[in-house]
Design a binder for this molecule. Structure first.
Ligand SMILES: Cc1cc2nc3c(=O)[nH]c(=O)nc-3n(C[C@H](O)[C@H](O)[C@H](O)COP(=O)(O)OP(=O)(O)OC[C@H]3O[C@@H](n4cnc5c(N)ncnc54)[C@H](O)[C@@H]3O)c2cc1C
Length: 400
């Protein structure tokens, strides 16, 4: 059996950032990151909008608010030091109807409370910033940026390896046994003994927690987000980032326009139930995982409460016309011909048994483990801070 001081399950940006912070705090200790895929950053980390969020949306005092702005600053410093490209291009949040104005005001209030630079702009200034966007009021958030989070994950893995730590890819952890003196991990190929372990399993974090004997208060429900891309001739319709005013009950809904760091503009994502936790295509089904979702009371309570919203998302999934209609609210010149289907990502959304979406980042602990049970957007932006938070909790456990 191989020995290691700390094992991290999951080679996404949260797991790797945690390993990186561990290496800073406990320089003499050995760390192993277990990833089931051939490469790191393959799932949520490599399939997102690539936006460096500012922290404007989040309830002051929440973990998201506390970790987004400073996490973004830490991410920018890291990228500058490591030569990873990112760009602070700014974004506009655009209200297109009167009824969105109170929510826009609330975002501005939260932004100010979270010390995010933002200002209300008139339609003329909106036109100067984004000539093709239309709205009745808008907020300009100059600090928002774009980045490739998979590139960050790869760099973190490379740096950890160069320090002698292990990034064990193609190793799915299939069994976790926690004892009072450590944690035993079994993969399909080998067994490892760690003094401490951190679960950053993303779409499988709840399953890993259960494997380790925890009874988590939430279940991961996978929501696929589908994107379109603007064809080259339509790319002038968006200069940087154009966002709608989100429904406060569903902060992750609302299709937006995102210029990407490597070129091109994406539009989306929507949010529909994925029939497999890693179901990136509409036709991808994992019967066991689907049955588990359907057997979870929290899923039904959520669906019954918000069936109308869910239906709208499904319509946009199957009808390009409906998707374009949603996009045209923000940018009326978008046409069906100007769009081609793009990538898809799946969000790991934690849902409680009574059907509530866990809004904030969520950590849980057992004697020798820390479990990250909800790390939705902006967790990629905030990853270096979430990593620090986890290491602080681990240090407390160790009375250091
Ligand atoms: C559509 C979409 C858009 C988003 N847009 C943004 C954005 O613009 N900005 C932002 O900040 N955030 C955004 N997010 C959120 C962000 O992508 C996630 O918060 C972040 O990537 C979570 O990282 P993670 O490491 O927790 O998860 P993941 O990247 O999913 O990593 C978890 C890893 O664990 C591995 N794993 C699972 N089970 C096992 C096992 N048993 N053994 C070994 N390995 C295992 C998986 O293979 C995976 O690589 C978006 C997310 C989505 C889906």
């Amino acid at each position: 059996m191989r020995q290691v001081d700390v094992a991290v399950i999951g080679g996404g940006i949260v797991g790797l950032a945690t390993a990186w912070r561990l290496s800073e705090r406990f320089p003499g200790e050995s760390i192993a990151v277990f990833e089931k895929e051939k490469e790191v950053g393959f799932h949520q980390t490599g399939r997102n909008s690539g936006v460096l969020h500012t922290g404007i949306y989040y309830r002051p005092g929440s973990l998201k608010a506390q970790n987004c702005r400073s996490g973004k600053q830490a991410m920018e410093t890291f990228c500058r030091e490591q030569g990873i490209p990112f760009e602070i291009c700014g974004k506009v949040i655009v209200a297109t109807e009167e009824r969105e104005l109170p929510a826009l005001e609330e975002i501005e209030r939260r932004g100010k409370a979270n010390q995010v630079a933002c200002r209300r702009i008139d339609t003329q200034t909106l036109k100067e910033l984004e000539p093709h966007a239309r709205g009745i009021a808008a907020l300009h958030v100059p600090e928002a940026g774009i980045i490739d989070f998979r590139q960050v994950a790869k760099k973190l893995a490379e740096l950890l390896q160069s320090q002698g730590h292990s990034i064990v890819t193609e190793r799915r952890v299939v069994r976790v046994t926690e004892r009072s003196d450590g944690v035993e991990l079994e993969t399909r190929r080998d067994r490892w003994q760690a003094r401490w372990a951190v679960n950053c399993g993303g779409l499988y974090c709840d399953r890993i927690a259960r494997m380790a004997g925890l009874r988590p208060a939430v279940r991961i429900i996978p929501f696929r987000g589908e994107y379109y891309e603007l064809k080259r001739e339509a790319q002038q319709l968006c200069r940087n980032l154009i966002y709608p005013v989100p429904d406060p009950r569903f902060p992750f809904l609302g299709v937006h326009f995102t210029r990407m760091i490597h070129g091109g503009v994406e539009c989306g994502p929507n949010a529909v139930l994925a029939w497999a936790r890693e179901g990136y295509r509409k036709t991808q089904v994992n019967l066991r995982e689907l049955a588990q979702t359907l057997a979870y009371p929290g899923f039904w309570r959520l669906s019954l409460r918000y069936w109308r919203t869910g239906l709208g998302e499904y319509v946009r999934s199957f009808s390009k016309r409906a998707f374009v209609r949603a996009l045209r609210k923000l940018v009326p010149d978008v046409t069906r011909q100007g769009l081609r289907p793009g990538r898809a990502g799946v969000r790991a959304q934690a849902v409680t048994r009574d059907g509530a979406l866990a809004d904030d980042f969520l950590l849980d602990e057992s004697e020798r483990m820390i479990h990250v049970l909800n790390a939705p957007s902006p967790a990629a932006t905030s990853a270096l801070n979430i990593g620090r938070l986890i290491v602080d909790r681990l240090a407390e456990k160790r009375h250091l």
